[in-house]
Design a protein around this ligand. Structure first.
Ligand SMILES: C[S@@+](CC[C@H](N)C(=O)[O-])C[C@H]1O[C@@H](n2cnc3c(N)ncnc32)[C@H](O)[C@@H]1O
Length: 246
């Protein structure tokens, strides 16, 4: 009898916290609903979700180019306080779950969902931040992300990528044209590899920005975040790249 009472107590406690803890504890702060057979969800990205939740995005417009079920869209809205988020997603099942999650987290009035291929997005010159949460690479989204940044003030790109570190014996390093694989001889730490990738990415983003706007831009590598080890020698990292018109 006591066990049954305890069980009811915990069920009550769970629903109480789930219902009333919005904005209080990051762990309980959002609820997600989705079909695991049809939508992507990675609990391994939790540190990045918490980092996004700690951003101060008040007054900012954010574009989440690979929104999924709202894994980053929700923390931008609920915790970081973004003024508005444009969430792009082409999987109809994920879009359905995303819309439900926006409603259940009471933020749908501050989010526009764009269903379809983000490369076809009819939007430009609106964003203070663009989130590019796609691995192994979000490179296909770089031109549209550059176009989305505000022309007069620029903004920050959060670029996700799986970066491959070379094996210590370079002779065993597989020959590949993979743009993310950097051939650096000798013993080079993972951090140096990520920095080299970030430098290369910053150069390429500057070229996209110049092509799009016809003017020169300055980029600043604000931060490189290690999200998780994806496979041996492969790490999921995020580059926070500040881009401003010169
Ligand atoms: C790896 S999931 C990540 C979702 C979310 N950022 C997260 O971490 O949970 C990538 C999502 O982007 C969507 N996607 C991939 N390419 C896309 C494109 N070109 N346009 C719109 N959505 C795209 C996929 O359907 C998927 O839901």
């Amino acid at each position: 009898k006591n066990q049954k009472a305890l069980l009811y107590f915990f069920i009550f406690l769970f629903y109480f916290i789930k219902t009333y803890s919005f904005g209080c504890f990051p762990f309980f702060a959002f609820s997600y609903e989705f079909d695991v057979t049809k939508c992507m969800f990675s609990a391994g990205n939790i540190t990045e979700k918490l980092r996004v939740a700690a951003f101060d995005c008040r007054g900012q417009t954010v574009v989440d180019l690979y929104a999924g079920i709202g894994y980053f869209t929700l923390p931008y809205l609920v915790h970081a306080g973004a003024h508005h988020v444009h969430a792009c997603e082409w999987n109809p099942d994920a879009v359905e779950a995303l819309k439900k999650n926006l409603v259940s987290n009471r933020v749908s009035d501050r989010c526009t969902v764009h269903q379809g291929d983000n490369r076809q997005l009819q939007l430009s010159d609106v964003a203070d931040r663009v989130n590019l949460g796609l691995i192994p690479s979000s490179e296909d989204g770089w031109p549209v992300a550059c176009r989305l940044l505000k022309k007069s003030t620029g903004g920050i790109l959060h670029i996700h990528q799986n970066v491959t570190s070379p094996f210590s014996n370079t002779a065993n390093f597989p020959a590949t044209d993979d743009a993310t694989t950097l051939r650096i001889s000798g013993r080079t730490s993972d951090r140096e590899i990520w920095q080299a990738w970030a430098d290369d990415t910053a150069n390429r983003i500057r070229c996209h920005l110049k092509d799009i706007s016809g003017t020169t831009w300055i980029t600043n590598i604000q931060h490189i975040e290690h999200v998780k080890s994806y496979a041996p020698h492969v790490n999921h990292v995020v580059l926070d790249l500040e881009c401003r018109p010169a």
